[in-house]
Design a protein around this ligand. Sequence first.
Ligand code: SF4
Length: 372
Amino acid sequence: MKITELINNYSYADILKKIDNNNNEDKILSILQKDKIEFSDFLSLLSDKALNILPSIVQKSRDVTLKRFGKVISFYVPIYLSNECLNQCIYCGFNAKRQIIRKTLDINEIDKEFIKLKNTGFDNVLLLTGEDNNKAGLDYLKEAVNLAKTYFTFVGLEVYPMETEEYKELLNIGVDGLTIYQETYDKTTYDAMHPSGKKKDYDRRLTTPDRACMAGFRKVGIGALLGLFDWKYEAAMIALHLNYLQKTYWKTEFTLGFPRINPPASDFKIPYPVQDKYFIQLISALRLYLPEVGFLLTTREKPELRNNLIGLMITQVSAGSKTSPGGYLDNSSDEQFHVSDTRELKKMIEVVKSKGYEAVIKDWEKNFASIK
Ligand code: SF4
C-alpha cells in the first residue's frame, strides 16, 4: 500500500476514537511492561489517561533510548543558504508575501560560513533553502554540497521536494541525508497553510521520503511542524509514516524531528499550541513505538526543556543555530523563526557532559570521534 493510501485510511475522528478506546492507567502500565508495542498500544500512550502516569512513560522511554543508543548525544548545525521562496506557507518567516530582507549566499559567502562553523567544532551540517529554483536550484545546491564535503563528514539537506533522479545526483556528490517535514498530516489544514506555490501539493510532499529512499540516501528524516493541528493526530500519522518507511526501505536509517512552531511574526496565531507536557508525552510515546529511530531536538525549544530532554529520549541536538542566510557571519538577512536556545556548541557540550553523556561531533564514520 502506498503512503498516500495508508494515511487516507485513518480519519481524525477514527484516530481520536482509537486513542480514547477503553484506556485506563492499569492498561497503560501493562503496555509499559512489553518489550515491543503495537500501533494500538502506541495510540493508548497518547491518551489523556496516559498523561496521568507520564513519569512512568518517560522513564521507560529513557530506558529504551539508553539500551539502543547508549549515553551519547551527537551535534549538528543548520546552515541557511537562501531565504528566497516562492511559496506562501503562512506560518513561515520566508513566506513569499512577507517583506523581509532576502538573500541567497554566493559560494564565497558559503565558504566563509563553513570555515566559521568548522572552526567552532561542527562536523555535521544541515543545508537549508526556501523553494526558488531560480535562486537556489539543483546546480546551486551541488556547488554548495561539493564545497561542504571538503569541510564536513556529514552533509544533510533540508530543501524543497525533488525527483528521484535529482536526489541521485546529490547522492553521487556525497550528500548523506535528507530531511523533509510533512508540516501537517491533516489534509484540510495542509491546504489552508499552503495556499500557493509548489508546496500546495500535499501528496507530492508526502511521497518525498519515498523518492529519497529510492534514490539511496542512507539517512532520511521526517516529522511534523507541531502546532498546526491536533498533536495526537500528528503523532499517530508520524508513527504510521515512519513504520511504513522502515518496512519499505529497510536499508535506510530514519530520524524524527519535533519542531514546535515558533512564529516569526506576531500576526500568525498558532492554531493548536502544544504544551510542554504533551510535547514530552508525544516524544516518549514515539520512542516506545520506534526504538531504533534517532530523535532530533532543535533550538526552537527553550534551554531548560532541552536540558531536561537530553538524557531522556533525544539522541541529537543542534547548537548555536542561526536561521538566516549568512547568520553566522553578520545577520544581514531575516530569519525563518526565532531561536529560543542561543547557547553555543561549547556550552551545550558542557551540558551533555554534566549529565554523564558523551558529546559526539562525528558519528557518521565507523569510529566515533568523541570530544575529550
Ligand atoms: S516553509 Fe519552506 S517552502 Fe514554506 S515559505 Fe518557508 S521556506 Fe518557503
